[in-house]
Design a protein around this ligand. Sequence first.
Ligand code: NAD
Length: 375
Amino acid sequence: MGNVGPNRLFPIAESIRCLRVSEVYMQKKTRVLVTGAGGFIGHHLTRYLTERGYWVRGVDIKGPEFEATTADEFKLLDLRQWESCVEATKDVDQVYGLAANMGGIGFIENNKAVIIRDNTLINLQSIEAARVNGVKQYLYTSSACIYPAYLQKDTNVTPLKEEDAYPADAEDGYGWEKLYMERICRHYREDFGLDTRIVRFHNIFGPQGTYDGGREKSPAAICRKVAMADDHDTIEVWGDGEQTRSYCYIDDCVEGIYRLMQSSYVEPLNLGQDRMLSINELVDIIAGIAGKKISKRYDLTKPQGVRGRNSDNTRLKEALEWEPGISLEDGLQRTYAWIADELRTQSMEIVDSTYSTPSNVINHDLGAAKTRSTK
Ligand code: NAD
């Protein structure tokens, strides 16, 4: 008589038991809000969390642009409105706050008032609504832009440690709001017992990020320019290309955010790679991936941000017993392939649209924001 265990003898009783187990499991699922879930990092984080069995509510003023969300629930809400923040943070245990009006250096240097107004409204009201709704944990996404300009004047910059943030001289507009919100998080933790986490990202890149329109960052902008160039073409570089940065691939970024939320570390923490290179070197790597010989034309009138920036990961390694591991070349390979493919599809759609009606257009207008010419 083969395999006759309790499952075979009592199939209905067993399936009821399984149902109950899964109900209990469902009831116990941690409920998470990801704000900015229609954006680059928020979209990837949503997928990471749903794959790990979390119940996720995504909130944004727009849906993800390149593929469907995996969120259990997705609400289109403007988090500059208090009522939206209350609705978004209802019945969740944790908030990952990624909503922000932001973009690359051209965008943040030319839209300071809009950025500081929108992001203050979004973040201050989101954390207050989280408190009112009894949320247990709140993660705030800060930036390397909080670090003082006076420490970032050389291309061969000393990597930035968390304690270097003060005396403060943050990036005007965008960076000051981030630094101010970091302090709000600390006060909410100390005075209201809201268990906050603060992460300072250093240039996150990867597939499904904005690559045109003026909000894109340097790796995506360069991938796009190289993909659109022919072999032996020249592309435009902002500044003299000697400015230095470090870049962290998106998969490492979401893993780092997740690890930080699980940890007990409550002070601001860098999350980035600590391999520094110049924009010129970045162009050369991407051209190599594309298999093209590319020359550079420098536009010194364009904004280029600080002269040098790198992440000191000493504390990251101590706090999370982990550090980003995906190499720049590997990350750029995947990003370049995705952007080149997007551009191919886009040009095919332009040809197709001559014969068909226009498809859905996502309205990304946040009011008075000016999008400048792309990097
Ligand atoms: P993103 O622009 O792709 O995503 C932000 C999302 O917030 C967008 O989808 C946008 O529509 C949404 N949003 C804007 N205004 C909103 C509003 N009023 N209500 C609801 N949603 C709104 O940016 P990202 O790269 O995913 O960045 C996520 C977070 O990480 C932000 O806080 C950003 O400042 C921070 N950060 C990112 C980087 C990076 O390299 N990508 C570096 C430093 C800090």
